[in-house]
Design a binder for this molecule. Structure first.
Ligand code: ARG
Length: 468
């Protein structure tokens, strides 16, 4: 049964009916749709449009329909265009004509926008929580190996020694920014469109603030025409999801390199790798490769949906039905990745010998230049002197610290016997005690800063905010 048009209207081409239907995917919104409808029925009763008895009948009926849906006993019909239509049709079958009063002053346009917002309002804290779990796993690695050094890279070339903990935390901070984005976007998401009707606002005296409070929204929309076609919250969610995807992909890429035999810096727990069907010696980092790849579909959802939005005229257009599949897929993709990666990170094992072995001395060339700087030599001159010295050491096949002092002095008279102290990776790392640097105290401070934000973000949880 279709809920629009006169009963005499001609039937639809089944092929079009299939194109038009969103039920195959929007059935996932049934809990939100029923919550929204119950709140709407109560608001209608408060506005005097339903008697208490009618309201009770509708609420009880909706609960019964929900029970059928929960149990998988709900029978969908081919003509159920979408979940909203299906639920209303079933309500009608269960409680009779009084069901026809539920849609008073409401349109599927404000209804569907409300449902999808409610859905994402539930997803938000779940993603937030999982991101934090991954951050915690990275912090646990950092704390367990606080003094472990490894080469830091630029252009994938060994650049300067850094703490392994510093590398772990670099990824944690990126995820923390994603949590911040969720927090900042939440008030815009939690804005209630219900009461907007099809486009111009419902003509009945509905208490929209009360409705918002009942459904957990923080505020109500201010323009009904905007409210029914506003999908900024979808685009923002897809952006945040894409950004998380990019961060996970970059973490995965680092780990794919670091776990390769060439680097050998980290080993993965075998629970996160697969074997090769042909080569018995191989363990493939499939979990990481999939994490790297999934960013592609997340970015695709964002670009695809912005393209749907860009040319739409004011008001609701059926194009907007295309908002749901990318949202659901992004939610599922993130859920999958963020349940695997914390375990992978928690169980991975850094390999100190391999990391230390990669700290060959040319990585300390900057230290030599800084040594000269401390003796008053301008950095550009120091840089040139040290480049020549590095060339000499490569030519002679000797490490920098194996170059005798008189050789060094040939390049610059300011070199003294204390120069060899500059060529120590530990000391080099420790010299970076500036905040944000890789020195031990600075790294410990960043762990505390991150943990303080975890606590702060909990207290500032959007759900505790008062309605504006
Ligand atoms: N299934 C529709 C969607 O997902 C619901 C809104 C339909 N509104 C309408 N005017 N046809 O967007």
């Amino acid at each position: 049964m279709r809920l629009w048009g006169a009963s005499t209207s001609r039937s639809l081409d089944p092929a079009f009916e299939r194109l038009n239907a969103s039920l195959p995917f929007d059935r996932r919104l049934y809990p939100q749709d029923i919550r929204g409808s119950i709140a709407w029925a109560r608001a209608l009763a408060r506005a005097g449009l339903l008697t208490l008895g009618e309201c009770d009948a509708i609420v009880t009926g909706l609960d019964a329909v929900k029970a059928e849906l929960d149990a998988g006993a709900f029978v969908f019909q081919f003509t159920d265009e979408d979940i909203h239509t299906a639920i209303e049709r079933r309500l009608m079958e269960c409680i009779g004509p009084v069901a026809g009063k539920l849609h008073t002053g409401r349109s599927r346009n404000d209804q569907v926008a409300t449902d999808l917002r409610l859905f994402l309002m539930e997803v938000w804290p779940q993603i937030d929580h999982r991101l934090r779990e991954l951050e915690e796993a990275l912090v646990a690695q950092a704390q367990a190996h606080i003094d472990l050094l490894m080469p830091g890279y630029t252009h994938l070339q060994r650049a300067q020694p850094i703490r392994y903990a510093h590398w772990c935390l670099a990824h944690a901070w990126a995820l923390e920014r994603d949590r911040e984005r969720l927090r900042e976007a939440y008030p815009r998401l939690a804005t209630l469109p219900l009461g907007s009707g099809a486009l111009s606002g419902t003509p009945f005296p509905i208490d929209r603030e009360g409705l918002a409070r009942e459904l957990g929204f923080l505020s109500i929309s201010h323009n009904s025409l905007d409210a029914v076609s506003d999908r900024d919250f979808v685009a923002e969610f897809l952006f945040i999801a894409a950004m998380i995807g990019v961060h996970l992909s970059r973490l995965a890429e680092d780990l794919i390199f670091f776990t390769s035999a060439e680097f050998g810096f980290i080993t993965l727990d075998p629970a996160y790798t697969t074997g090769s069907s042909l080569m018995p010696q191989k363990r493939n980092p499939d979990a990481l490769e999939l994490a790297r790849a999934k960013a592609g579909r997340l970015v695709g959802h964002l670009v695809g949906f912005l393209t749907v939005l860009k040319g739409l005229p004011s008001g609701y257009n059926k194009d907007l039905q295309e908002d749901k599949e990318p949202v659901f897929d992004a939610v599922d993709t993130l859920e999958m990745l963020l349940t695997v990666l914390p375990g992978l990170v928690r169980t991975m094992q850094p390999q100190p010998e391999r990391m230390r072995g990669a700290l060959e001395e040319t990585i300390l060339a900057t230290e030599l230049a800084d040594y000269l700087v401390r003796k008053g030599i301008p950095f550009r001159d120091a840089y040139r002197v040290v480049s020549e010295l590095v060339e000499e050491s490569l030519r002679e096949g000797r490490s920098l610290s194996a170059l005798p002092l008189e050789v060094m002095r040939r390049y610059h008279p300011a070199f003294d016997s204390d120069v060899y102290g500059a060529l120590d990776p530990e000391a080099a790392a420790e010299r970076r005690s500036i905040s944000g640097g890789t020195g031990r105290a600075a790294v410990e401070a960043q762990i505390r800063a991150l943990q303080a934000r975890w606590n702060r973000s909990l207290q500032a949880s959007p759900c505790s905010q008062e309605i504006k």
